[in-house]
Design a protein. Sequence first.
Length: 76
Amino acid sequence: MTEYKYEDAIARLEDIIEKLEKGNLSLEESLNLFEEGIRLTKICTKILDEAEGRVQVLIKDLNGEIDFKDFNGGCI
């Protein structure tokens, strides 16, 4: 499997969506792009999950408990 950076995967997904929305592809081409889009979606989800885990580790308080915070610094 190709190793993607998140931004690259999102850019490719946008390209796939644009091509599919035009509707001028054969069924086979559409299915291939759809399958690639599903794979890219899974890659993006994995990257985001890993990033969330890293953030959680970074915001652990001194007791080892995770203090979830939103982007404004408030507790969730």
